[in-house]
Design a protein around this ligand. Structure first.
Ligand code: CA
Ligand code: CA
Length: 224
């Protein structure tokens, strides 16, 4: 009889954790514990408070909020944490525990954290969600979300990724309400180009092809 997929995954994780296996093919997210009452779940833009322990194969801890006795807080899906956290902690409820296992090629440290997470390691994060705050992000939060390379300028490519992500959320809502997926997607791509062109024509005041922080906050000042 074939092994159950969960058995294969657990076997792979235990081999990795003991250092008996060299590499992991892709990001893995496992729910270790889920409370019975699991109705309010984490979504993109929510501020989450978590406790986590990060360790390498062989169980060597490299970073732990539990050791510091200080929970860690961040906005989900807004580039405040590495991409595997942003995707791996969606749809989670308070009290839930997950194991996020990040393969070497995705285990990229954020600027300033290179020493803590040296390249070439599979990373294990044992994460418990303590709180979800669903209040709206600020304009500073949105700037950080768009600026994915942290250079404090918003390029057309970064704006495109950001808009696409948010239009995709609209599409999924439309499909849930009965819209045709192909039509919705075609309309989205059309809208995306129109919005992008208009945005840069209007708001790239010095015409250098990027939106800097002055230009960005000028938009907020004028339009919000
Ligand atoms: Ca940028
Ligand atoms: Ca500019």
């Amino acid at each position: 009889m074939d092994a159950h997929p969960l058995q294969i995954i657990l076997g792979l994780i235990s081999a990795l954790a003991t250092g008996n296996c060299a590499s992991l093919p892709e990001l893995m997210v496992l729910t270790l514990y889920q409370p019975e009452n699991c109705i309010i779940k984490s979504e993109v833009h929510n501020r989450l408070v978590v406790h986590y322990t990060g360790y390498f194969a062989g169980n060597k801890t490299f970073d732990s909020s539990r050791d510091r006795n200080t929970p860690f807080s961040f906005r989900l899906g807004m580039n405040e944490v590495t991409a595997p956290w942003d995707t791996g902690l969606i749809d989670m409820c308070v009290g839930e525990k997950r194991l996020v296992v990040i393969p070497e090629y995705l285990a990229v440290a954020r600027p300033g954290y290179e020493q803590m997470v040296p390249a070439g390691n599979v990373l294990f994060y044992n994460i418990e969600l303590l709180e979800i705050d669903k209040s709206m992000p600020s304009k500073e939060d949105f700037f950080k979300e768009i600026d994915s390379n942290f250079d404090k300028e918003l390029s057309q490519g970064e704006m495109r990724v950001f808009l696409k992500k948010h239009l995709e959320i609209d599409i999924q809502k439309g499909i849930a309400d009965g819209a045709n997926e192909e039509d919705a997607r075609a309309k989205m791509l059309l809208e995306l180009d129109v919005i992008l062109t208009k945005f840069f024509e209007q708001d790239d005041v010095n015409r250098d092809g990027v939106i800097d922080q002055n230009e960005y906050y000028r938009i907020y000042h004028n339009e919000f």
